[in-house]
Design a protein. Structure first.
Length: 513
C-alpha cells in the first residue's frame, strides 16, 4: 500500500454514466474519473442502435412505459420506469447541447428515429449505427475541456473504503491499482460507481474486456443490496466468426427489415412469436438458441440482402465495415449470428438518482439496478438510463455533505486491515469460470448446473482468499448471478429454467418474486 490521494468526487468508470455525472457537477468540485483500460474501452463507446425517447407526436410516454413493462415481464419498478422514461426527451436535448449530432430526417426538420425489437413505435434517436461512439466522443471532448475533471486510464478500483459510523455505513473512497501495479488509497468526499456491466464473465460476450462486474462485487462486499442479478440479457445477434463472438450486429438492422433464417433459407421466427424478428430480445435469443440446438448449428443467418448496397452503407456503415473486415458483403451475403451475453439488468440497488445503501456512495448506469429493466431490458433504454442517473446523481452530490477530511482519516485508521495484495494472476481460473458460466448460467439454466457452479466458485474463493482482488471481484459477481438464478426457480424474462416444473428445482423456491 502506497501514497494516499484525495478528491471531492471519485468516479469509478469513464463511460456514459460516469461522464454524464462529471459534466453535471459544479466546477468548484475536483473530479477524478478512473478507467480500467483506455478511455475508449467501454460499452458506451461500442453502442450501436441508439437511445430510446418519445420524440414523435404520434408516440407517448405511456406507450413507451408499456413496451418497457412487457419486455421486463412486468417485474419492473413501475415508478422508476415512468420517471426515467419521462426524462428521455430532456436527456436527448442535454446530449445535443453537449455536441452530439443525432441523425436528422431527410428534410432536416426533426430527428430521424429508428426501430428496435419490443418497441411498438419508432423512437430510437441514433447516429447511423455508431451512436455510442458519437456520444462518447462528444462527452469526452467536453470532459477534457474542463480543468476540474481528470481522467486516469489503466487505474482499476479493487475495493471500496467504507466504515460503520453510528448506525450508518459510509463510503469514503477506494483502493485503486495504479498502472505500475502499486495500490493507492484514494479518499473521496463522494464516490460514484459507474463500472458498467459484466458480460465478460461469460465466454461469449458483446462487451469490452473491462466489463467483469467489479462494481457490483465491490458494492456487495461493502454491504450494498443488489437486485435482479439473475437477469443477464443475451443479445440475439452477435457476429460469429470461427465459433467466437466478433462484434455486435445491431438490432436496428432487424428494425429495418433484416430476417433471421436457417442455412436452408427458411425463416423461423414466426414459428416462435407473432412479433417475429421484432419480438423482445429474450424471446429472439431463446428461439435462435433452440434452432441451433435442434439442428446442431454453430449459428443462424441474418439476412438484409433485400436492401441495396448504397442504402446499407449510408444507414449501417459500422455493421457493413465490421462484416467486410471478416470477408462478408452484407449486400449479397447473410450474416452468421448467435446470442451472446450482453447486458446486466440487475446490479447495485439504487434510486434513479444513484443513491445506494451506503452514505456517499452512488451507483449509476449499467452497474446499478433501478428496476427500469425488470427481467429483460427493452433495447436502447440503457444509454438513456445512464444519462438520467448521471445527471440525477450529480444533483444529489451537489446538495449533500461530503465525508470530511477528519472523518476520512478516522475511518481510514479503522479500516486499514487491508487485504494483502500480491496481485497474483490466476487467469486460467477466469477462463474456466467464463466457460462454466456460459454452460450453466447462460441462456438455459437448471438446478444441477447452477449448484455445481456455485460449489466451484465457493471452492475457488476459499482457495484464493484475498490474494487476487481482480479475480475475487469476478468470482463475487458470478456468485451473485448464480445464487440469484438458483433462488428463482421459475423462468421469467431473460432467466430461463429448463427444470422449472421438476421437484429438484423447488428445493430453492424464492421467498418473493
Ligand atoms: P460503460 O460504458 O461500460 O463504462 C464502464 C467504465 O467502467 C469503463 O470506463 C471501464 O473501464 C470502467 N471500469 C470497470 N471496472 C472498473 C474498475 N474496477 N476500476 C476502474 N474502472 C472500471 N444500450 C443502448 O441503450 N443502446 C444501444 O444501442 C446499445 N448498444 C450496445 C452495443 C454493445 C456492443 C454493447 C456492449 C452494449 C450496448 N448497449 C446499448 C448497452 C450500453 O452500451 C451500456 O449499458 C452502457 O453503455 C453502460 O454504460 P456505463 O457508463 O454504465 O458503462
Ligand atoms: C443494438 O444496437 O442492438 C443494441 C441495442 C441495445 O443493447 O440497447
Amino acid at each position: 500500500m502506497n501514497d494516499t490521494r484525495s478528491t471531492d468526487v471519485l468516479i469509478i468508470g469513464a463511460g456514459l454514466a460516469a461522464m454524464a455525472t462529471a459534466l453535471s457537477l459544479p466546477e468548484h468540485l475536483q473530479i477524478d474519473m478512473l478507467c480500467k483500460g483506455n478511455v475508449h474501452e467501454c460499452a458506451s463507446a461500442w453502442a450501436q442502435g441508439g437511445i430510446a425517447a418519445v420524440l414523435d407526436p404520434a408516440d407517448s410516454i405511456e406507450v413507451h412505459v408499456n413496451d418497457t413493462l412487457i419486455a421486463g415481464a412486468h417485474i419492473n419498478n413501475k415508478d422508476a420506469v415512468r420517471d426515467i422514461l419521462a426524462q428521455a426527451p430532456a436527456a436527448i436535448a442535454w446530449l445535443i447541447e453537449q455536441g452530439v449530432a443525432f441523425d436528422l430526417q431527410d428534410d432536416g426538420s426533426t430527428l430521424h428515429l429508428t426501430r428496435e425489437g419490443g418497441h411498438s413505435q419508432r423512437r430510437i434517436a441514433h447516429v447511423k449505427d455508431r451512436t455510442g461512439l458519437a456520444v462518447h466522443e462528444a462527452l469526452l471532448r467536453a470532459c477534457r475541456a474542463r480543468t476540474h475533471i481528470r481522467i486516469h486510464e489503466s487505474h482499476a478500483a479493487i475495493q471500496l473504503l467504507h466504515s460503520q459510523t453510528d448506525s450508518a455505513s459510509t463510503c469514503f473512497g477506494a483502493w485503486v491499482r495504479l498502472p505500475d501495479g502499486r495500490v493507492t488509497t484514494w479518499l473521496a468526499g463522494h464516490t460514484v460507481l459507474a463500472t458498467g456491466g459484466l458480460g465478460q464473465l461469460f465466454s461469449r460476450s458483446t462487451n469490452p474486456w473491462p466489463a467483469t462486474g467489479d462494481g457490483v462485487a465491490m458494492a456487495a462486499r461493502a454491504g450494498c443490496s443488489v437486485q435482479d442479478m439473475e437477469f443477464v440479457q443475451f443479445h440475439p445477434t452477435a457476429l460469429q466468426i470461427d465459433g467466437c463472438a466478433a462484434g455486435l450486429i445491431t438490432e436496428a438492422l432487424r428494425g429495418e427489415g433484416a430476417l433471421l433464417r436457417l442455412p436452408n433459407g427458411e425463416r423461423f421466427m414466426l414459428r416462435h412469436d407473432a412479433r417475429a424478428e421484432l419480438a423482445p430480445r429474450d424471446i429472439v435469443s431463446r428461439a435462435i438458441h433452440a434452432e441451433m440446438q435442434q439442428s446442431g448449428l454453430a449459428h443462424v443467418l441474418l439476412d438484409i440482402t433485400h436492401q441495396p448496397r448504397e442504402w446499407l452503407t449510408a444507414h449501417f456503415p459500422g455493421v457493413t465495415q465490421l462484416c467486410a473486415d471478416h470477408g462478408i458483403d452484407i449486400a449479397t451475403q447473410p450474416i452468421p449470428v448467435a446470442p451472446c451475453a450482453h447486458y446486466a439488468c440487475g446490479g447495485v440497488r439504487a434510486t434513479i438518482n444513484g443513491c445506494t445503501d451506503l452514505h456517499n456512495l452512488y451507483a449509476v448506469g449499467e452497474v446499478a439496478c433501478t428496476g427500469l429493466h425488470g427481467a429483460n431490458r427493452l433495447a436502447s433504454n440503457s444509454l438513456l438510463e445512464c444519462v438520467v442517473m448521471g445527471r440525477g446523481a450529480a444533483q444529489v452530490i451537489t446538495t449533500s455533505a461530503p465525508v470530511n477530511d477528519t472523518a476520512q482519516s478516522k475511518l481510514l485508521m479503522r479500516s486499514m486491515q487491508s487485504p494483502l495484495l500480491d496481485l497474483a494472476q490466476h487467469s486460467p481460473i477466469a477462463q474456466v469460470l467464463a466457460q462454466l458460466m456460459e454452460e450453466c448460467a447462460g441462456i438455459h439454466r437448471n438446478q444441477q448446473g447452477l449448484s455445481q457452479t456455485a460449489r466451484q466458485i465457493n471452492a475457488w474463493q476459499k482457495m484464493l482468499g484475498t490474494s487476487d482482488p481482480a479475480l475475487s471481484n469476478r468470482l463475487e459477481a458470478c456468485s451473485l448471478i448464480v445464487n440469484a438464478a438458483l433462488l428463482r426457480t421459475r423462468s421469467c424474462g431473460a432467466h430461463t429454467r429448463t427444470d422449472e416444473n421438476s421437484e429438484e428445482s423447488m428445493q430453492h423456491e424464492p421467498e418473493m418474486t
